[in-house]
Design a protein. Structure first.
Length: 83
């Protein structure tokens, strides 16, 4: 189920909605179905990498990389693609 950005034409409320195929989203503020689907902004490339590495550090701190060798863990946490 993709998440879409919408703008309500009735009350001008911007919101995101998880939309299943065949379902019609409604504005959470006024209940209107008169919506405009908006283009979601992309995060800048540097931010995407920083977010990805932050998630890897959290996973490593929680022990999710325990099945890797110490050298493989270091490579993963440095952002290298090859293990």
């Amino acid at each position: 189920m993709p998440i879409y950005d919408y703008h309500c034409k009735s009350c001008a409320h911007p919101f995101e909605a998880l939309v299943r195929t065949g379902s019609v989203p409604v504005c959470p503020q006024c209940g209107s179905t008169d919506l405009q689907k908006c283009v979601s902004p992309l995060a800048p490339a540097g931010k995407i990498e920083a977010i990805r590495m932050a998630h890897r550090r959290v996973a490593a701190a929680q022990g999710h990389f325990d099945h890797y060798s110490p050298s493989d863990k270091a490579k993963l946490l440095q952002g290298k693609k090859n293990i």
